[in-house]
Design a protein around this ligand. Structure first.
Ligand SMILES: [Zn+2]
Length: 347
């Protein structure tokens, strides 16, 4: 399932390609019949909240976003959904974003020959197609694709915890929700009411970087520790939203002989590629590294079920249970500051 940074990238791509313009809207598959109501409306904007994407449409550009005539399309990709983009160079370079195990579709290959995207016939599985002057976007396999009014949209937003990539996110809400709970921190991080947008990769990596045992109850954690985790999460996800990749390792921890073993497992990240990105097999500390030696201490990484998904951890490094993490005293200013692919500090 795509994690929150991917949904923010999708919102940005859609806003860039169609924002403020009239859009042809259709459902080649026919399962989103309401698409006809939106055809030729203006796309006012695209917004991400956790793993939810909202596209707002209005009869004309000057309509206020709060107006009752605005229609909100709500999309949740779920496990198998993805968007495919095609268009003029520089607008949409052909690529797909979404389901982790979906290979880039035949469309992209066809486009490599310089074919005109305007003549692309949608695959019969396309739930929603947006087409503008400069490109098109096809949505396939979503869990949700529906039209909502402002109240229904608000109801979804109100159910979600703070999203680290949104400007209106409140770290305090995250800290308080965790500290009120007897549930394990490993389960709380996957609860979208506690924090919106985290998936299985960010959960495992965030816990490792905090040296936290995934089974510690939320209420045993100090506010200071949770604030530092939040800041770490903001940095990690900001990097993810900028590059399309999840990278949590510091450069000095990447070189390890076990990478060949990992490559053979074929785990894929759930988003698009970037040429100069850190290789996937060097990007994580614990995610999908069970039975491999920890990058820091050599202890075998373990895996187990927690909140319905597999969690990965180092039983030796992740021994912090209730006190402040030891690194917060050693590096009070920037614990585990994230470095970019070539070692540069990410702003
Ligand atoms: Zn370790």
């Amino acid at each position: 399932m795509p994690e929150g940074h991917t949904v923010h990238r999708l919102a940005a791509a859609i806003a860039r390609g169609f924002g403020g313009r009239r859009v042809r809207v259709s459902s080649p598959q026919g399962r989103f019949a309401e698409a006809a109501q939106l055809d030729q409306m203006v796309l006012l904007g695209a917004e991400a909240a956790g793993k939810h994407l909202f596209l707002s449409f209005a009869p004309s550009e000057d309509v206020d976003r709060g107006s009752p005539v605005v229609r909100h399309v709500h999309v949740h990709l779920g496990l198998y959904g993805s968007w495919t983009f095609a268009g003029d160079p520089g607008v949409f370079d052909a690529h797909a974003i979404g389901a982790p195990r979906r290979r880039l579709g035949e469309q992209e290959t066809a486009l490599d020959g310089g074919e005109d995207w305007r003549r692309l016939v949608p695959r019969p599985t396309v739930r929603l197609r947006l087409a503008g002057e400069h490109g098109l976007a096809d949505l396939t396999g979503p869990t949700a694709c529906e039209i909502l009014d402002a109240e229904e949209r608000r109801a979804i937003l109100d159910r979600l915890g703070p999203d680290p990539l949104r400007e209106d996110a409140s770290a305090r809400r995250f800290v308080e929700a965790v500290r009120r709970s007897r549930t394990t921190i490993g389960a709380l991080l996957m609860n979208q009411k506690v924090v919106a947008g985290i998936g299985n990769i960010y959960r495992a990596e965030l816990l490792f970087r905090a040296r936290l045992d995934p089974l510690v109850p939320g209420r045993d954690l100090s506010a200071g520790m949770l604030e530092e985790m939040w800041e770490d999460l903001v940095a990690l996800m900001t990097y993810g939203a900028r590059t399309g990749r999840i990278v949590t390792t510091q450069p000095e921890h990447r070189e390890i002989e076990a990478r060949i073993v990992e490559r053979s497992r074929g785990t894929r990240q759930n988003t698009d590629e970037e040429a100069d990105a850190v290789p996937r097999e060097q990007s994580f500390y614990v995610y999908h590294r069970q039975t491999l030696p920890c990058r820091l201490c050599g202890t075998e990484i373990r895996s187990g079920d927690l909140a319905g998904r597999t969690v990965f951890w180092c039983p030796s490094c992740q021994s912090v249970r209730s006190r402040r993490a030891p690194w917060s005293r050693e590096h009070p200013a920037a614990p585990w500051a994230l470095d970019g692919p070539s070692g540069q500090r990410v702003a």
